[in-house]
Design a protein around this ligand. Structure first.
Ligand SMILES: [Zn+2]
Length: 289
């Protein structure tokens, strides 16, 4: 069992630190099948998906976490969104040839934003400048700047797998002393191949064999897009009724494709007219007979 498409939590029983391992294969392939991404883009997108799943899992809330990277480099936009139920989606936008290299060589100067989108609460967003050589370092910097729990991430991706390891100080543990240092030094020895291929229980034994680690049941992870006709209609309405009229005059059927999953939604003249009359606030389409 190589624990593909799962997230597995663990706990150091004698130290106030928790951890998680996520490993994507079919989920990652499904996301890759939506767009023809260059190699350098794949690596960063895969890491972003793994990171978002790792970061949403410890949160006690119902909703999703959105990681957005924006820069002036050839890879200018990277978005990953994961829900508390273990579903994930993501996309990247780039221009020209994207070099393989450190984060700033690929994304340039930019910013990293994390948005918590609760099902019942207002979104909460934190933004920091993009720093560090890797996405893991950029996220660790985010946690430091926002004075949150001590957090470390190890992220890897290629065209087959995307995986990550996560360690975090437990809430309420003010002073971990040397324990945090010892565990992160041990975790730093993890290799790409281990993260891609070694079963979780064996991987934890290799890294932390002198620690008492409790491993929880693996939880399934899957690609799922939350787009719907109603949500696309809301987006169309944001364009304004005049713009909608102009667009629908240009083409018989207005086709909107979701960038996350490539699903297309068609709106004919009647649909657009109905939308324009409904105006902002319209959310649910009427039943068709
Ligand atoms: Zn979609």
């Amino acid at each position: 069992v190589r624990n593909y498409d799962t997230l597995q939590r663990f706990l150091f029983e004698e130290v106030g630190v928790r951890g998680e391992i996520v490993r994507l294969n079919a989920t990652w392939q499904a996301i890759l099948s939506c767009h023809e991404y260059p190699q350098a883009v794949r690596e960063h997108l895969g890491q972003a998906l793994a990171a978002t799943l790792l970061l949403v899992a410890p949160l006690k809330f119902s909703g999703s976490l959105i990681l957005q990277l924006q820069g002036n480099g050839s890879l200018h936009t990277l978005v990953a969104q994961a829900t508390h139920c273990g579903t994930v989606r993501g996309l990247a936008r780039w221009e020209g040839a994207v070099p393989c290299g450190e984060l700033h060589e690929v994304l340039g100067d930019g910013r990293l934003a994390l948005t918590l989108q609760g099902e019942t609460s207002e979104p909460h967003q934190g933004v920091v400048p993009l720093t560090g050589a890797t996405l893991a370092e950029a996220l660790e910097d985010y946690f430091r700047r926002s004075e949150q729990l001590a957090t470390r991430l190890w992220l890897v991706a290629d065209s087959m797998y995307a995986a990550g390891l996560f360690l975090q100080q437990l809430p309420g543990q003010s002073d971990l002393g040397d324990d945090w240092e010892r565990l992160t030094v041990l975790a730093d020895t993890v290799t790409r191949t281990e993260l891609f291929k070694v079963p979780n229980s064996e991987l934890l034994y290799r890294l932390f064999n002198e620690e008492r680690v409790r491993l929880f049941e693996p939880e399934p992870v899957a690609f799922r897009c939350s787009c719907s006709r109603a949500r696309i209609e809301e987006t169309l309405l944001l364009l304004g009724t005049e713009e909608l009229k102009r667009l629908s005059a240009e083409q018989e059927v207005l086709v909107v494709t979701c960038e996350f999953c490539n699903r297309s939604y068609g709106f004919d003249q009647v649909d657009v007219e109905r939308l324009r009359n409904a105006g902002p606030g319209f959310a649910t389409p009427p039943t068709r007979h």
